[in-house]
Design a protein around this ligand. Sequence first.
Ligand code: PEP
Length: 253
Amino acid sequence: MTRPIRPPVLAANWKMHHGPTAARAFLAEFLARFAPRDDRTVVLFPPAVSLHPLAESRADRADVRLGVQNVHTDAKGAFTGEVSAPMAREAGADFALVGHSERRHVFGELDEHTARKCRAAVDAGLVPMLCVGERIEERNAGETDAIVIRQLRAGLASLTPAERATVLVAYEPVWAIGTGRTATPEDASATHRVIRAELASLVGEGGAAVPILYGGSVNTGNAAALIAADEVGGLLVGGASLDVESWLGIVGT
Ligand code: PEP
């Protein structure tokens, strides 16, 4: 990847929305209204089938980066329905989400899978964005720190310390995703500090520069306060990234 990653990182996870036609229409309007900025990094995670159409219609706007929402652990093979990291890279992705809560809790993805997917992403030249976060019952049981530390250690286990310094981490409390319930900036900072401390031990000095994004019901009304919170190096946005107006409000925060 040639362009450096400059925090804050504003990332849109479109989930299973915006096929090629809608994705291209979104991008055309977004590019017309968003001038390139050097003080932030904008990433779109469209469905895999929309990656290449977006990469082609992006033309010279390399400031708007693309990522894939999931990759398989292997580079190729008899895995019907899956997309590999090298294929996503070829289609135009620079980033790969790994361990999103829907992958973990809807599709049964385990820590060992996130480790292999981070490895596959790095091998293909993709930057992994490793998602970690606790469920509500884990939060209520006081297990938030232990859960995010476990997911972080497991997800990065297959990478060398130097490789770990190149990843991004997204803290997404499961109870905040798609629920309209957002962590307060103070709560987000508290967990980001735990992640930062763990990165120091897993990565060494390079851990201080790893951006830690917050995700979970971010919208135009709460984005500014969250982005200003201590240790919050960006935002990963689902629902509020689907509408150009709302996304423009968030990336302009
Ligand atoms: C997400 O899917 O990563 C997410 C944060 O979703 P939402 O913003 O809709 O809560």
